[in-house]
Design a protein around this ligand. Structure first.
Ligand SMILES: [Zn+2]
Length: 248
C-alpha cells in the first residue's frame, strides 16, 4: 500500500492545493512532477482512485474533448510531488522520512546590479547634415540561480540543519526553478538595435550602462525534522541597459 501524503489525498478529494487554490480546466495551476526516484507500485484500486487526480492537473483537455479519460499521471515515484503556480507551494505525493515541504516564496523583489558600460562612438564630424544611424548592440549573460544556503534562517536553535544529503538541495533548486519559470543555467545573448541621430560636425558617444536584473526572495520550507527555514535566493532573469548620449 502506498503511503499517500495528506496533501495529495486532499488534492484528490477536493481538487485544491493545501493553501486552497483550485486548478480549473485549461489553467494548469496545479502540476504533477513525476520525479526520478524508484517507481511506486500501486494496487488496482489505488491506481483508479489516485491517478484520477490527474483530472485536476495537467491533462484535463483530453477528457473534455470526449476522448477516453487518459490521465497523464501513470507513473508515481517515491519522490513525486506537485506544485501550485498560484501560491508557489510544492508538496510530496507520498509520505517519507526525508521529505522537505515547500511552503512558498516570501519577500520577493526585483533588484538591479550595474555590470559595466559599453561605448559606441559615431563620427559625423566631416559632414554638414545630421546622420541617422542604427547601432547593433549585443551582450552575453548567464541566466542562473544562486541559493544562499549559508544565510538560511531557521526557527530551530538546536544546531544547524545540514542541507546536504536527502536530496534537499536538489529539491529546493527544482522548486525555485519551477516557480521562476527557469530552465537549467544557460547563456543568453541580448541583441538589439539602437537608433540615434548624430548632429552635423559632431562626435556622438552612445554609452550603455548595463544592468543585471535579479529576482530575489526567500524560499520558506519545513525541513524533515519540523524546522521552519527561510532560504534566500536570487535568480538572474534579465539584462537591461540605460542609454546615455554624449556629444563631443
Ligand atoms: Zn496554491
Amino acid at each position: 500500500m502506498a503511503k499517500w501524503s495528506l496533501e495529495w489525498e486532499n488534492l484528490v478529494r477536493s481538487g485544491r492545493c493545501p493553501n486552497g487554490d483550485r486548478s480549473f480546466k485549461f489553467s494548469e495551476k496545479i502540476k504533477f512532477i513525476e520525479g526520478a526516484g524508484s517507481q511506486v507500485k500501486l494496487t488496482r484500486l489505488e491506481a483508479v482512485n489516485y491517478s484520477s487526480a490527474a483530472r485536476f492537473l495537467n491533462d484535463y483537455t483530453g477528457h473534455l474533448l470526449g476522448g477516453p479519460f487518459a490521465p497523464k499521471v501513470t507513473v508515481f515515484r517515491d519522490d513525486s510531488c506537485f506544485t501550485c503556480d498560484k501560491c508557489h507551494g510544492m508538496w510530496p505525493v507520498f509520505k517519507g522520512t526525508d521529505q522537505i515541504e515547500i511552503l512558498g516564496l516570501a519577500n520577493t523583489r526585483r533588484t538591479a546590479d550595474w555590470v559595466g558600460d559599453d561605448d559606441y562612438v559615431q563620427d559625423n564630424r566631416s559632414s554638414g547634415i545630421p546622420m541617422s544611424t542604427a547601432i547593433k548592440i549585443s551582450r552575453r549573460w548567464l541566466q542562473r540561480l544562486e541559493v544562499q544556503w549559508g544565510a538560511t534562517k531557521t526557527t530551530s536553535t538546536a544546531g544547524k540543519f545540514s542541507f546536504s544529503g536527502a536530496g534537499i538541495e536538489q529539491k529546493v533548486e527544482q522548486s525555485l526553478k519551477t516557480s521562476l519559470s527557469m530552465s537549467e543555467e544557460s547563456e543568453r545573448l541580448l541583441k538589439q538595435t539602437v537608433d540615434v541621430m548624430v548632429p552635423p560636425r559632431r562626435l556622438l558617444t552612445v554609452r550603455l550602462h548595463w544592468k543585471q536584473i535579479w529576482q530575489e526572495g526567500d524560499l520558506r520550507c519545513r525541513l524533515p525534522d519540523g524546522t521552519l527555514a527561510e532560504i534566500p535566493y536570487r535568480a538572474a532573469i534579465e539584462m537591461r541597459f540605460d542609454q546615455e548620449n554624449i556629444e563631443g
